[in-house]
Design a binder for this molecule. Structure first.
Ligand code: ADP
Length: 134
């Protein structure tokens, strides 16, 4: 039914990502493309200037390896991008021609919140269907 499913994964909470990735796998058919996306939030240059050299690159490489690990378990692709998480998720869905985004509602342990800030922006502004896992 779905041609391309985008699964945004916050690697600070990989368990939620594994769950939404598994949901995408179940919803997708044999020919469905599933893309896991982690967005490394932009850090202001006055902060990066104070960090040990190569630290940001090392973090991005570690993120890519962790995401690839989750993706390989379900035959998905992994993408790591820099930017503002909700903006990058919405833009990536358009760029990839995704017809569904599967996203977790909030970080684990914050059950009092109906929707986290990233999830709520994606629900409001995405131009394709969004499944919110609670
Ligand atoms: P909270 O504000 O409770 O942390 P969020 O709305 O930020 O909740 O997170 C909910 C979901 O949004 C995450 O499980 C993930 O699916 C997505 N998300 C949040 N941050 C990122 C990120 N940096 N990269 C990719 N997806 C993210």
């Amino acid at each position: 039914m779905y041609k391309t499913i985008l699964v945004p994964v916050d690697l600070g909470h990989p368990e939620a990502g594994k769950k939404t990735a598994a949901i995408a796998r179940e919803l997708g058919g044999a020919g469905t493309r599933i893309v896991l996306l982690h967005v490394v939030a932009d850090v202001p240059s006055f902060v990066t200037a104070e960090l040990p050299s190569g630290l940001m690159q090392k973090n991005a490489e570690r993120a890519r390896a962790t995401l690839k690990d989750i993706a390989s378990g379900i035959g998905a692709e992994a993408e790591v991008r820099n930017g503002h998480p909700s903006t990058e998720i919405i833009d990536s869905a358009k760029r990839l021609g995704a017809d569904l985004i599967v996203i977790a509602s909030h970080r684990p342990g914050l059950q009092d919140y109906f929707l986290g800030s990233t999830a709520s922006r994606v629900v409001r502004h995405a131009t394709c269907a969004v499944l919110v896992d609670r």
